[in-house]
Ligand binder design. Structure first.
Ligand code: FAD
Length: 515
């Protein structure tokens, strides 16, 4: 996916090219000093940045230039075109930038510029504690240091691993196509270098809002002036007979995914309970490993509630083409050592059962601390709870979404990271309201689905293109507007839809989905 450095394509930008080769709002791939470089033209100005996304290495030439940012086609990372700064997750590192010389009608790329970190700022709370070292918690800690916050910073997580790429657990990692070393987001040294105290394998048992301290289960106490709750969500557990047998597994953490992988040596047949995103991604990964896979779910179509009947039928046929057997309109009544017994009495042989029936936000700590919750921790537009200085972000937070005018809580990786980043800015007094458009992706075999916006109760779905050909735009119309857009094989449409939603520009959005 990344732009190759071995045989750089396009013109030698060090030698210079005619300005007319880069159209307004256009992106041109070339090279300079042996490295792939993108020339970007916007608002009459011209910029030169690195050609590969710093998240998964995708070729940014296939991305979109909008509102002063370059956007990655894969997972929608955004980079400032002037500074290369990764202004919105999932990329956490900046792009390299080059100085551009413009003479008359020609442009030439000169030296690579050093990225300038922000100077340390003495202002802000003296001590910040972040509870939960997942997507939101990690992104918040990184953002605080990026912004020059120099006070004490502690990131507490109850898992043993450094923060890691959770979405990969059901995808390449489970399929056996991603090595273990791909999974951590950062090394332990990264945190040490930035004076981020990483307290792992440690569960915060009590949060004392008035006393301004977080207390661990083992009694250790961490005082704070500001705190972020980023405790994520826990898988819903099924109380069926046999549910605690050793071959019944859930998937939320790296330890969970490792435990499933450890079972794969001896497993031949798997039953996946739940046709959720995670259940279906697990089904795809297990098929990649040649296990026989049965998926059991109560609904008539997988993912219909979130994506509608057409996408549901497509996703079902995609999985069936890879050999997955569906048992829809069914539930598992019990699990035995030999398999899963369905409500209709049929037994599906299985030596591995993976349950993916959804998650619940991890609100218990906040509830005990007396913070208002309603299927999530309630926060304002600045992601602050009703207690001043205590913020919440990610899967656990329910925030007032200005576009839908509803209090929303979503379970998306990029969204959690972006909320963590905005909460970080607000903890140090920046006063930024959270206005990001929700975005998620899901990967099934070699098909990727991207989704921007949010719609729970659409009146109408419109499809342009063909899902079967994996070239489609699906628009969800709610309350007289396009509230969400799903795409398959149309990454630039997804980016353009997101950019239009950011500006609440329904005309641009309608044009984007027609393109
Ligand atoms: P988390 O990342 O879950 O982090 C919360 C952390 O807090 C956890 O480590 C938890 O153990 C810890 N914690 C909880 N309570 C305490 C406590 N009291 N003390 C200390 N630590 C505590 N999203 C997408 O958009 N696309 C995908 O393709 C995708 N795939 C996924 C695949 C899998 C297998 C899973 C599980 C999720 C996937 N998601 C995906 C969802 C995405 O990972 C979540 O939305 C995201 O991780 C939420 O981030 P968070 O920081 O809110 O919570």
């Amino acid at each position: 996916m990344s732009a190759s450095t071995d045989n750089p394509s396009g013109p030698d930008l060090g030698k210079g090219i005619a300005l007319s080769q880069v159209p307004e709002s256009g992106i041109l791939l070339g090279h300079a000093g042996g490295e792939p470089v993108l020339l970007l033209r916007q608002g009459g100005e011209i910029f030169a940045v690195g050609a590969s996304c710093t998240h998964y290495g995708a070729a940014l030439v296939n991305g979109l230039l909008a509102h002063g940012t370059l956007r990655c086609p894969l997972h929608h990372a955004r980079f400032d075109i002037r500074t290369g700064e990764a202004v919105a997750a999932p990329a956490l590192n900046p792009l390299p930038c080059w100085t551009v010389e413009r003479q008359g009608d020609s442009v030439r790329v000169l030296a690579k510029r050093e990225h300038q970190p922000k100077p340390e700022a003495g202002a802000g709370p003296r001590k910040i504690v972040i509870v939960g070292a997942g997507a939101a918690g990690n992104a918040a800690a990184e953002m605080l240091r990026r912004e020059g916050y120099s006070g004490s910073l502690t990131l507490i997580g109850d898992e043993d691993s450094v923060p890691y790429d959770r979405p990969n657990l059901s995808k390449d990692y489970l399929a056996g196509t991603a090595a273990e070393e791909w999974i951590p987001l950062r090394s332990a040294e990264f945190y040490a270098d930035r004076k981020i105290e990483l307290v792992l394998g440690a569960r915060v048992a009590e949060l004392d809002g008035a006393g301004r301290k977080a207390v661990l289960a083992d009694g250790r106490t961490f005082p704070f002036d500001a705190c972020l709750l980023a405790t994520g969500a826990d898988p819903v557990r099924l109380g069926m007979p046999g549910g605690d047998l050793p071959h019944v597994r859930y998937l939320r953490s790296l330890a969970d995914s490792r435990a499933i992988v450890a079972k794969l040596g001896s497993a031949r047949r798997a039953v996946v309970i739940g046709a959720s995103f995670i259940g279906l991604e697990v089904a795809a990964s297990l098929r990649t490993r040649n296990l026989e896979v049965d998926v059991v779910a109560p609904e008539a179509r997988p993912l219909e509630r979130i994506l509608g009947p057409q996408v549901g039928d497509w996703i079902r046929s995609l999985h069936e083409a890879h050999g997955v057997r569906f048992h829809l309109g069914q539930t598992v009544a019990a699990v035995t050592a030999q398999g899963a017994v369905l409500k209709n009495g049929r037994t599906l042989a299985a030596d591995l059962v993976v349950v993916g029936v959804g998650v619940r936000p991890a609100t218990a700590l906040a509830e005990r601390a007396g913070l208002p919750t309603d299927r999530g921790i309630l926060v304002d537009a600045y992601l602050e709870t009703s207690t001043r200085g205590i913020f919440a972000a990610g899967d656990v937070a329910r925030w007032p979404d200005s576009r839908s005018r509803k209090n929303l809580r979503v379970e998306h990786w990029v969204h959690a990271e972006r909320q963590g980043q905005v909460a970080a800015l607000n903890m140090i007094g920046c006063c930024v309201s959270f206005e990001e458009v929700p975005f998620f992706w899901s990967q099934h075999y070699d098909a990727m689905l991207s989704y921007v916006g949010h719609s729970e109760s659409w009146e109408r779905i419109e499809i342009a293109g063909s899902l079967e050909k994996r070239d489609a735009t699906v628009s969800f119309h709610e309350g007289g507007r396009i509230a969400a857009v799903a795409t398959v094989g149309r990454e630039r449409v997804s980016l353009a839809a997101e950019a239009a939603m950011e500006r609440n520009d329904q005309a641009a959005l309608a044009a984007a989905v027609r393109a």
